[in-house]
Design a protein around this ligand. Structure first.
Ligand code: BG6
Length: 522
């Protein structure tokens, strides 16, 4: 992560400092990025536009090359042409032709099956040539944008081909897309497997939520300000809600998604990242290990849900057909690649507790799902009510508790609600809101969210990546739920209509505690 610095443009005035400004992060060193799964969606939609943005911001070394590896039978020229077209569609701003051509000139392609030793020989040759042509000093990082079933085998084969051993002063790294494992046991097994070939500082387990400015801002908000941390605990906070709701369905990913389900797809990674950043203790520094130590501690402190708890505190759902934004949406079972009798969940709500001094007794309500009424990602911190109500014209029930909302998407910012006097002769209290919006203050610079992650990977900074123990701790939270759900298959699927807020059982998880989900405009 680039170092945290003070920057204070006035609202509506100066924009955020441009990446090329003198105090900006420095350019990466020379290297080759090898993308496994180079003809897939992630490469086209995120990785290539992110590399283009880094080059545009002058953050990418001129001594840089890309080798795409895929199962299609392209030549390098054909692959460049494909990438050129995809960039046209997915670049986050208008393309500069010179810069695009600069990037295309350093792209190469190696076709073949991931389990074919001959492909690794061809890859080694392509890397040697790229090294010579672009002076990349033997530094390589491999981005595995493939199905996770290939992660272990590709790592072994890269090891066997001696492409990941670090010697003669160069570095070699592998970035693993999520999901890293499909439960606790498989994540542990994969960790063991990759660590036979690599050391932990060569392993970058990605979670794209950590590339979001607003997610990184959780740490700055908490630890860059003096006034919030003293009230950030069970004495002042009543409960926390974390929601990631989507209006999209499974799109083209029915095959993968039906094997995974929302619990695996979203909770051990994205949702628990948001939870851990919101609840961790202050790290002793912003070094990667110091931050990971605190995240890991908090993940280990989440109370595991045992058999009975799962029945009470975990709710699953699957969408049926319905209407979203006035359009008819098909049910999950009618999606491409999904069996007509699928029992895979597309919605999850959980109530979690954290067993430590700071959070004892504070419930965390988590909700995530597809085809819901609105796309919205937020962390809502609800504070306790004032201890004594002095205003006799306002019934206690009308006094709203203070709420601090961290908006992650689609709005990006923070808002605080508090009570204010309603103008008039009576002493009445109304609820008002103070808003900070990223775009108002810093302007917006469109990005994919992958820029900072790729940049950090080349710089060798692992702060925004997950360490082995964090991944395993995330799965430890989720695995007992997976076990119970597997033993008790759902009987009432589909149980929510597309365009709704999920199954009614999800409401019970929170109304049982005399609380309610925050209402978001659909
Ligand atoms: C991905 C999941 O990791 O995150 C998807 O696999 C999900 O199912 C996506 O749609 C959500 O990401 P974002 O950035 O749109 O909130």
């Amino acid at each position: 992560m680039p170092p945290i610095e003070q920057a204070a443009p006035a609202p509506g005035q100066a924009q955020a400092p441009s990446p090329a400004a003198a105090d900006s992060p420095r350019q990466t060193g020379p290297c080759v990025m090898v993308i496994f799964g180079a003809t897939g969606d992630l490469t086209a939609r995120k990785l290539m536009p992110a590399l283009y943005n880094l080059a545009k911001s002058n953050l990418l070394s001129r001594e840089f090359a890309i080798v795409g590896v895929g199962r299609n039978d392209y030549t390098t020229d054909q692959f460049r042409e494909v990438i050129s077209q995809k960039l046209q569609s997915f670049a986050t701003s208008a393309l500069d032709n010179d810069l695009r051509d600069w990037l295309l000139r350093r792209i190469y392609y190696v076709g073949g099956m991931f389990d074919d030793p001959a492909m690794y020989t061809r890859l080694a040759t392509a890397l040697t040539e790229a090294d010579k042509t672009h002076n990349t000093h033997g530094n390589y990082f491999f981005y595995l944008a493939t199905s996770p079933v290939f992660f272990g085998d590709i790592t072994d084969r890269l090891g066997a081909a001696e492409l990941v051993c670090e010697k003669d002063g160069h570095w070699r790294r592998i970035i693993y897309e999520k999901p890293f494992g499909s439960d606790l046991e498989s994540a542990k097994a994969l960790n063991r497997q990759v660590r036979k070939v690599l050391t932990e500082n060569q392993i970058f387990r990605i979670d794209h939520y950590l590339g979001k400015e607003t997610v990184q801002n959780i740490l700055v908000f908490r630890f860059g300000n003096g006034i919030f941390e003293p009230i950030w605990n069970r004495r002042y906070i009543d409960h926390i809600q974390i929601m990631v709701t989507e209006t999209v369905g499974v799109e083209q990913r029915g095959g993968y998604f039906d094997m995974a389900g929302t619990l695996r797809d979203m909770v051990p990674n994205h949702l628990l990242q948001l939870l851990s950043l919101t609840t961790m203790e202050p790290p002793i520094s912003f070094s990667s290990d110091a931050v990971h130590d605190e995240q890991s501690k908090i993940l280990h402190a989440i109370q595991p849900l045992g058999g009975e708890d799962v029945l009470h505190n975990a709710v699953r759902g699957q969408y049926g057909e319905g209407t979203i934004s006035g359009e008819h949406a098909p049910g999950y079972r009618a999606e491409q690649g999904v069996p007509a009798d699928s029992r895979t969940e597309t919605f999850v709500a959980l109530k979690l507790m954290i067993d430590n001094w700071r959070w004892a007794g504070v419930p965390f309500y988590i909700r995530t799902g597809k085809r819901l009424a609105a796309r919205h990602t937020e962390i809502a911190i609800q504070f306790k009510r004032a201890p004594l109500v002095l205003f006799r014209d306002t019934p206690v029930s009308d006094l709203k508790p203070n709420e601090l909302i961290m908006n992650i998407a689609p709005d990006e910012g923070i808002s605080l609600t508090f009570g204010a006097k309603v103008p008039g002769a009576q002493m009445r209290v109304g609820s008002v809101q103070m808003d900070f919006n990223y775009t108002d203050y810093f302007g917006s610079s469109p990005s994919t969210g992958y820029e900072v992650l790729l940049y950090d990977a080349v710089m060798g900074d692992q702060t925004l990546f997950q360490r082995a123990d964090m991944v395993e701790a995330g799965w430890s939270v989720v695995s007992p739920i997976l076990d119970v759900w597997k033993a008790l298959p759902p009987r009432m699927f589909p149980n929510y209509a597309s365009g709704s807020w999920g199954p009614k059982e999800a409401d019970e998880i929170i109304t049982r505690d005399d609380r309610a989900w925050r209402r978001i405009k659909g």
